[in-house]
Design a protein around this ligand. Structure first.
Ligand SMILES: Cc1cc2nc3c(=O)[nH]c(=O)nc-3n(C[C@H](O)[C@H](O)[C@H](O)COP(=O)(O)OP(=O)(O)OC[C@H]3O[C@@H](n4cnc5c(N)ncnc54)[C@H](O)[C@@H]3O)c2cc1C
Ligand code: SF4
Length: 348
């Protein structure tokens, strides 16, 4: 009988890989460092997801439930991998509690780390309590309390969402586009307008990347139906006059300085490489690409591969990814892991 497949990380990619493997009768050991499964959408309390509009707790919560109920998946929470030895078909991992796991293959589904906005101090996060991040706004909505100013709990009358915070910013070593934050921000802007119809919402952008079919559903709809205003600008700083937050910058279309007061300023934070990646790279002996994401094999013939045979990768561990792409990559990695030993499988 084939050894189980070891999956590291229980977010959308890892949950999808685990379910795909059990659907063809394969055993899985899933190691998650946090005390709950679900990855960023659950652990960070996302609200309604793009593009389905489903609550994260239902959509990803459903995936968690399926994994937790499967007899073929051995879930190990609050643990990490300390060492990983052997070769394809015969690996041994040692976990942080001293237990060992024999596995035929491993799939790294270790995701990303949210950009920490304190690394962009001139934009006010950490200085002014009413400068928050998109994840905080997601939590306000999913928590049921509505969007409020943290300083005094009032409903904001004017909200600015600043795009590309911790993405596309060479000055702080983050050259990549985080792919989903334009669309997530347009979606949040519509949610705010729906909850607070008298609140004016402005989105400050360099370029709008509501890619593919999202252009119509989010970019145009947010303007035409929800009256969200978009300002193409270079932001200099976020300060306060004691009463309001002040966003200063340059409107890059008319090339004039602009200074606008707001009650709440939201940083659309990007997706950093997982802070564990250096450690994961050394434990699993896999290469990282230049920004610190796990390097993928050939984009066409070995999309799930890493630099080490028998070790695969899926989802945001490889760079900014959406949930649906992470799920698809989890399934692709499961298929690649099955091909490692190609042992006849038991029926589910
Ligand atoms: C504010 C915000 C909103 C978003 N909203 C959407 C949206 O609406 N729709 C959409 O498609 N995408 C959205 N995304 C992107 C979405 O978060 C990612 O696509 C998705 O989380 C990637 O899934 P993943 O499983 O690859 O990684 P993750 O969700 O990051 O999961 C990785 C898992 O691995 C675990 N892990 C990490 N390191 C280790 C380790 N060393 N050992 C063991 N376990 C480990 C983590 O704890 C986590 O559970 C959003 C992103 C942001 C920043
Ligand atoms: S998706 Fe939009 S907000 Fe996010 S990094 Fe790319 S351009 Fe900036």
């Amino acid at each position: 009988m084939a050894k189980p497949v070891l999956i590291i990380g229980g977010g959308p990619a890892g949950l999808s890989a685990a379910s795909a493997l059990t659907s063809v009768g394969r055993e899985v050991v899933l190691v998650e460092k946090e005390d709950q499964l679900g990855g960023a959408p659950i652990i960070s309390g996302y609200a309604k997801l793009v593009p389905s509009g489903e609550w994260a707790r239902d959509a990803i919560g459903g995936m968690v439930e399926r994994v937790q109920q499967s007899e073929r998946i051995d879930v190990r929470r609050s643990l990490s991998i300390q060492s990983f030895d052997g070769g394809p078909g015969a690996f041994t991992a040692t976990l942080s509690n001293g237990a060992t796991v024999d596995a035929s293959a491993a799939i790294l589904c270790t995701g990303f780390t949210h950009f920490d906005s304190v690394n962009k101090p001139e934009w006010g996060f950490g200085t002014f309590p009413d400068v928050v991040t998109t994840t905080q706004v997601e939590q306000m909505i999913s928590g049921g309390g509505g969007v409020r100013c943290p300083s005094d709990g009032r409903a904001p009358k004017r909200v600015a969402i600043l795009l590309c915070v911790g993405s596309r910013d060479r000055q702080i070593g983050r050259e990549w586009c985080s792919k989903v934050c334009c669309t997530v921000s347009s979606n949040l802007a519509m949610e705010i307008r729906e909850e607070l119809p008298d609140c004016h919402v402005y989105i400050y952008y360099m370029d709008i990347r509501t890619f593919g079919l999202y252009e119509d559903l989010y970019y145009w709809r947010s303007q035409e139906e929800y009256k969200v205003k978009y300002i193409k600008a270079r932001i200099a700083e976020v300060t306060s006059n004691g009463e309001k937050l002040i966003v200063k910058g340059e409107d890059t279309l008319v090339k004039r300085p602009i200074t606008i007061p707001f009650d709440l300023v939201v940083h659309a934070i990007g997706m950093d490489p997982n802070i564990d990646n250096m450690l994961l790279s050394s434990i699993f002996d896999v290469k990282l690409q230049k920004h610190g994401h796990i390097e993928r094999g050939n984009s066409y013939s070995a999309i799930s591969g890493t630099s080490r045979p028998g070790v695969f990768v899926a989802g945001a561990a490889t760079g900014p990814e959406t949930i649906d792409d992470s799920i698809a990559q989890g399934q692709a990695a499961a298929l690649a892991a099955l091909a490692v030993d190609n042992v006849p499988l038991a029926a589910e």
